[in-house]
Design a protein around this ligand. Structure first.
Ligand SMILES: [Zn+2]
Length: 193
């Protein structure tokens, strides 16, 4: 497992659950690092119990249904209290899924520009198939009303393809042909963070 990917996977977990304690995150991480999560089927995972974390059963089943997670520990004697919470079995599954997603292949192209005004247009028929994320940093704000930005666009999709795009930078219009080539999902996260 890669440290950088684990850090990103934890970052996503923290963003999704900003009110959870450090110990909650730590316990999820222990479960994940001990390789206790196994995918069992679509939206079903089995998490091996860890006695050192207070687990009383050898395994727990986590399901994802109608937009939320359920864990078999909800059905235990503590279930009533736990039902309203997200247990660390679920948190471990989310970490596992975050990691797998970051580790997966995507096809991407990167554009770096520096402009005051900028715009990138992707043909409308590709919307939904091709995604665009950007990161914007101010590099020169001496003209307060018109600061200059460094913009990184990442255009990506689940399959290799060539995408025609229109890039506007301070009135300069360029027609681009972008070849999306294979990379790992986490590279995109690193580029636009
Ligand atoms: Zn649980």
């Amino acid at each position: 497992m890669s440290r950088e990917l684990i850090d990103l996977a934890i970052e996503r977990l923290r963003e999704d659950f900003p009110n959870k304690s450090k110990s909650w995150v730590r316990r999820a991480l222990v479960r994940f690092m001990k390789n206790t999560v196994k995918e069992y089927g679509e939206n079903v995972w089995v998490v091996r119990g860890l006695p050192e974390l207070g687990d009383k059963y050898p395994t727990y089943v986590v399901r994802f249904k109608d937009g939320r997670y359920y864990c078999s520990c909800f059905e235990s004697s503590w279930g009533l209290r736990r039902k309203s919470e997200v247990c660390t079995h679920i948190a471990a599954v989310i970490l596992y899924r975050n990691y797998r997603k970051l580790d997966s292949d995507v096809y991407a192209s990167v554009i770096n520009i520096e402009c005051v005004d900028y715009y990138l247009e992707i043909p409308s028929e590709l919307k939904g198939k091709v995604k665009v994320v950007k990161s914007v940093k101010v590099v020169d704000s001496s003209d307060r009303l018109n600061p200059r930005h460094r913009v990184t666009y990442v255009i990506y999709a689940n399959e290799p393809m060539e995408v025609r795009a229109k890039l506007v930078c301070d009135g300069d219009v360029r027609e681009l042909s972008l070849k999306l080539s294979r990379t790992r999902r986490y590279m995109i996260e690193l580029l636009v963070r």
